[in-house]
Every structure is written in C-alpha cells, then in structure tokens.
Design a protein around this ligand. Sequence first.
Ligand code: CMP
Length: 148
Amino acid sequence: MERSYVMLKPGALQRRIVGEIISRFEKKGLTIQAMKMMSIPKETAEHHYGEHKDKPFFADLIGYITSGPVVAMIIAGEDAVRSVRAMCGATKVEEALPGTIRGDFAGATTKNVIHASDAPDTAEREIGIFFEEDEIIEYDAGNTHWVY
Ligand code: CMP
C-alpha cells in the first residue's frame, strides 16, 4: 500500500464541501489511515511549501493555507499518490478538467481547495510534517480484495 498526504484547504471547510471530497476518495476504494482538522502555524506552512518560497505566489499561498482550519489526511492504496493526484486534477484551475475535484470546485489556482503529494517520497516527507506515528492507523480495510 502506498500513502499520500492530502490536505483539504480552508476554502473546502468554509464552503462545506469536505464531505463531498472525502466521499470521492472512499468511493474510489482508497483507505483513510489518518485524518484531523487543524490550524497550520505559519512556520509549518512555510516548511511544507518550502519548494515554492521564491515564487511570486508564495505569500498568497501561505496566507490562504493559514487563513482557517484545514483537514489533513493520509490516504492509502495501490498507486495512491498518482491515483489521488488524478482525482484532484491539474494544479492550475484553467487546466483542471470537469470531473476532477479542482475542475468541479476550484475557481482560482491559489484557492484550489486541495493539496496532494506529487510523489511517494514527497508524501512521506509531508506525512512527517503533519502527523505523529500514533495518529496513523493501518488497518484491514475489508474492501481491498474487491477493489484491487
Ligand atoms: P498545491 O497542490 O497545494 O501546491 C502548491 C500550491 O501553490 C498549489 O496547490 C496552488 O495553490 C499554488 N500555486 C501553484 N502555482 C500557482 C500559480 N501559478 N499561481 C498561484 N498559485 C499557485
């Protein structure tokens, strides 16, 4: 089982679409191994998004992600990183196709409602930023042999 770090951004909570988004991952057959609502400290947000620190949108990105609570999750499954990214759709909203989460819900790239790890090693790094080991539950999801 591969793991992805997934984060529903403040707009997803404010717009009451958290359940709708999580439901898509459940229906796909992916497994939630950890989930919590949290307010991200500015320093943690800057660490998480460190690769973008020289980008012109960095200040807006940090401002947005710290503007309210997020829902942080670990989602597991076969090829989970690629699978979750495909369900999220393109980062730039003008490229996000209908049927994807961003294509259906996002109106601007800075407010693209969801973050998902872009590679398995990135996922492990991001999981380490947001979760302690005792917050993660690996369990037999029961449906696995019906999905894979
Ligand atoms: P996310 O998947 O969370 O990873 C980095 C974030 O930076 C991205 O989603 C967007 O919210 C934001 N981002 C990336 N590219 C741009 C851009 N060109 N303009 C504004 N925001 C961007």
